[in-house]
Design a protein around this ligand. Structure first.
Ligand SMILES: C[S@@+](CC[C@H](N)C(=O)[O-])C[C@H]1O[C@@H](n2cnc3c(N)ncnc32)[C@H](O)[C@@H]1O
Length: 328
């Protein structure tokens, strides 16, 4: 269990998390998390295809904490015929609805404003439920509650896909993975090279966005940037789902390539032509290096994104209690 994870939330923290999403949804989407459809297809297309393949034709698929809806839209584009996304942020759901319409999938994808209390009412019975970068925004007690609700919404032996950040402690890292990780970090710095010689200048727009990005880090490490956000520690997800789900497979999907894309997108605000020329060669390189990082047993001290395919147990075991030392 991660030392930093909250055991219980409280109304002030919940309100702060909600406000954070209302305030930073735009920069999160444009630069940090969602980025562009082309980047999504490149970095995430493979595992999204795997997710779609788990839903039989015509089955309902739901995404909890869907944000601006890119994953629901991509699931529909790749063949899912009945997708519902819920999120507590009206700002994000507004964007999601607009994008679904623009993408022409609004007949197959529905978005609803809703919090974790309202999962059953919003999504109904599903064959597949996806929690993509969502559970790490919740306290342990909330995760347990959500898992129980998901279990009730799933058809017998239905699938829950969990895709979340896991942080491996540095003590577990191997020299070889450290080397690849350093290369990945170096690639992140490439779009910012040349500032000392005046070749790379930051425009007012880029400086402004960078100021907003710096202001969004409000969680205490390892929490953040949002107030409740905390990566999982190795084995934590397996332990949390165990009373209700069997984990049938898991694999690492992404490490730092997203940050390389982020720096390139920011560079594009000042040097659009150079950013465009560098974009794909650098992102391809980052992806190839990332694959090396992901191959190692204990890849990094940074966040690594892992996907867990969980199947609802028919007979559930009693929930495991959480040691008091993890409560804060
Ligand atoms: C990192 S984003 C992930 C969004 C989307 N799944 C994706 O991968 O792009 C986390 C999302 O969880 C939502 N969220 C956080 N706490 C929530 C809660 N208690 N109920 C519903 N949504 C919540 C936020 O509004 C945000 O959109």
């Amino acid at each position: 269990m991660s030392a930093g994870r909250l055991y219980n939330s409280n109304p002030d923290l919940d309100a702060a998390e909600f406000k954070w999403w209302q305030k930073f949804a735009d920069v999160e989407e444009r630069f940090c998390w969602v980025q562009t459809p082309a980047v999504q297809r490149f970095l995430r297309g493979r595992y999204v295809k795997d997710i779609v393949s788990m839903a039989p034709t015509g089955a309902r698929v739901a995404e909890l904490g869907c944000g601006a809806g890119w994953l629901c839209i991509m699931l529909a584009k790749l063949g899912a015929s009945d997708v519902v996304g819920i999120d507590f942020s009206p700002e994000q759901i507004g964007r999601a609805r607009r994008y679904a319409q623009e993408s022409g999938v609004d007949k197959r994808v529905r978005f609803e404003v809703g919090n974790i209390e309202e999962i059953s009412e919003r999504v109904g019975k599903c064959h597949l439920i996806v929690a993509h970068a969502f559970l790490h925004h919740l306290a342990t007690t909330e995760i347990r509650k959500v898992l129980a609700k998901i279990h009730r919404c799933l058809t017998p032996r239905g699938h829950l896909i969990i895709w979340e950040p896991v942080q491996y402690p540095r003590s577990l890292a191997r020299n070889s993975s450290e080397m690849w990780k350093r290369v990945l970090w170096w690639l992140t710095s490439v779009p910012n090279r040349g500032q000392r010689w005046g070749i790379r200048k930051q425009s007012e727009e880029e400086l402004n966005i960078r100021r907003i990005l710096a202001g969004r880090q409000v969680g205490n490490p390892p929490q953040g940037p949002s107030p409740k956000e905390t990566p999982f520690s190795p084995g934590e997800i397996e332990m949390l789902v165990d009373p209700l789900f069997d984990v049938v497979s898991s694999h690492r999907c992404m490490a730092g390539s997203l940050r390389v894309a982020e720096e390139l997108l920011l560079m594009g605000l000042s040097h659009p032509y150079i950013s465009r020329a560098l974009f794909w060669p650098l992102l391809w390189t980052a992806r190839l290096v990332e694959i090396q990082v992901l191959k190692h047993d204990a890849p990094s001290d940074d966040w690594v994104f892992e996907m867990f395919d969980c199947v609802a147990k028919e007979k559930t075991t009693a929930p495991i209690s959480v040691p008091a030392s993890t409560m804060n």
